[in-house]
Design a protein around this ligand. Structure first.
Ligand SMILES: *Cc1c(COP(=O)(O)O)cnc(C)c1O
Length: 533
């Protein structure tokens, strides 16, 4: 081999030329900053047509600028969601404390599978998990957990523990024909379908319990369902309760669910199902658990304080969870992936564990602290722990209280403004979270009355279809005529999760994840609704 060419290649790509790297990083920052002046979404259009036809690979070794050029159009073609006009979905701009953490992580590139590979980074994971556990569990015994690649996988861990509890040894011997089922609410996230399929239950064995109008699982129907399932000799492995539904911020009654699970498991002499709490979106409300609403050091308005008092009643119930999913990459505005799976009691991890003999690569693994002995993944990124600790301690508890409360305040303000319009109806008035769901009907219609009739069951099918088509049409009309530089971007859901008489309800949707969104943007949103209806 031509040793000179080889050495040149190694020098370029394996020796850190900090000027070359920071130079490119500055260029990328400049491009991102230029884009932040543009309206949201106004980026280079996609070109899927030839993405597969032209997957060219350069022939000769280039330099770091070739690496930059290889990705730049795609970088420019991607919106970082830093415009305050982005209200579409549960996605916000990543915070810069998280960037500091994530960059530090990338420079060392630790692999969290075992601490002989990642050294202090595994310790950081333990720290980050414990910090989050202390935040979410009101009283905590012996929390433990890991970072995963997303809420879907964190939920999967919870469900898997439940399966092992009702079918001991399933990890070794499979389900062996056992009739295993899981439960979730109608407003739960579709990732529960994913895990039911992937864990071998089958999606048909994930039963969903209807919600009430606050998007919380109906406890009477949960109790009824459990009686029916146990009578039919089904093994109920888990209940995934949702703490903050994706569309409407509904929160399940964790204390109520726990009481029912205890009662029914005793009545039928079976192990209690795992109560896993999907707090992917809602966990951040726990920042407000300790906010002193009497002293009110952040000078929140009386209205916001009343929202926060309701939040506090909810977050206290987290103590009833066996395990929880926390997506820091959602309301923590951290980099992906920053999802944590946490058990309330460390001993529950035994349901997932393999022995050192099963993981021969990690002969030196210490069961006490090596996640490789129970994780789904082998190699595991450390972005989560780095982003989380940098974000938590950079921004601080008070910073997080302000960010979280502000999202609630904006959602509350939008709800009040919309509800004041006769032809509009807020569908999640009583939920405490960053999202707002509502109807816009043509002027002259009484949206509240129509909603009441829908709930009462007195709306005819053809009427309902007509109204729902109007709601959709007006959404499309606003989207087609909005001014990208001043009008917020919204999204549309075809099913908010509450299904009175089995009927799926569509809605306009706004989610306040961007800390720079303000009342002026909401006022303009209301104007645009008035112009559209
Ligand atoms: C986003 C979300 C998930 C899935 O999390 P990912 O990190 O996207 O995999 C699960 N549950 C809820 C309630 C969510 O909003």
């Amino acid at each position: 081999m031509d040793r000179n060419r080889y050495d040149a290649c190694v020098r370029t790509f394996f020796e850190c030329d900090s000027r070359a790297i920071t130079g490119i990083f500055e260029e990328l920052l400049a491009a991102a900053s230029a884009q932040s002046m543009m309206p949201p979404g106004a980026v280079m259009a996609q070109n899927y047509e030839t993405a597969q036809e032209n997957p060219e690979i350069h022939v000769l070794p280039g330099n770091l600028r070739d690496a930059r050029d290889a990705i730049f159009p795609y970088f420019w073609g991607t919106d970082g969601w830093d415009s305050p006009l982005h209200l579409e979905n549960v996605k916000g701009p990543a915070n810069y404390a998280s960037l500091v953490g994530a960059l530090a992580c990338l420079l060392k590139n630790p692999n969290l599978c075992t601490d002989t590979y990642s050294m202090r980074s595994n310790e950081l994971e333990v720290k980050a998990i414990t910090a989050l556990a202390n935040l979410v569990f009101y009283h905590t015994d012996s929390p433990w957990g890991v970072f995963t690649i997303g809420g879907t996988i964190s939920n999967l861990y919870g469900a898997k523990i439940g399966i092992e509890k009702v079918v001991p040894g399933a990890m070794q011997f499979g389900l062996g024909g056992a009739d295993v089922v899981g439960l979730v609410s109608d407003a739960g996230h579709y990732s529960n379908q994913t895990l039911a399929g992937w864990l071998g239950l089958g999606t048909a064995n994930l039963h969903s319990i209807p919600t009430d109008a606050t998007l919380a699982m109906r406890l009477d129907l949960l109790a009824e369902k459990l009686d029916q399932l146990y009578t039919d000799n089904k093994k109920v492995a888990f209940v995934v309760a949702t703490f903050g539904t994706t569309d409407g911020s509904g929160i399940d009654d964790l204390a109520g669910i726990r009481a029912i699970l205890t009662e029914k498991s005793q009545k039928y002499s079976v192990p209690a199902p795992q109560l896993h709490v999907d707090g992917a979106v809602g966990w951040a409300l726990c920042f407000l658990s300790d906010y002193d609403t009497e002293r009110n050091p952040l000078q929140m308005t009386a209205e916001l304080l009343s929202v926060i008092r309701r939040v506090q009643q909810r977050t206290r119930q987290m103590q009833h969870a066996d395990s929880v999913t926390i997506d820091f990459h959602k309301m923590g505005r951290a980099h992906y992936p920053s999802s944590a799976f946490i058990v309330n009691r460390k001993e529950d991890l035994k349901y997932l564990s393999r022995s050192v003999a099963d993981t021969p690569y990690f002969a030196e693994a210490v069961a006490r602290r090596d996640p490789a002995l129970f994780t789904l993944e082998c190699s595991r990124p450390a972005i989560g722990p780095y982003s989380v600790m940098a974000s938590l301690n950079g921004i601080g508890l008070t910073g997080w209280q302000m960010l979280t409360a502000r999202a609630l305040e904006l959602a509350h303000y939008l709800k009040q403004r919309i509800e004041a319009l006769d032809y509009c109806k807020v569908l999640n008035m009583d939920t405490t979270g960053p999202s707002v769901l509502w109807w816009v009907l043509p002027r002259g219609r009484n949206a509240k009355d129509i909603f009441e009739r829908l709930v009462a069951g007195s709306l005819q099918t053809d009427e309902r279809q007509r109204f729902f088509a109007e709601i959709r049409r007006l959404y499309g009309k606003r989207a087609a005529t909005l001014t990208p530089t001043k009008d917020a971007r919204l999204s549309f859901t075809t099913n908010i999760g509450y299904r009175p008489h089995g009927c799926e309800i569509p809605a306009w949707k706004a989610v306040f994840f961007n800390p720079r969104t303000d009342e002026a943007i909401i006022d303009r949103l209301i104007e645009s609704i008035e112009e559209t209806a």
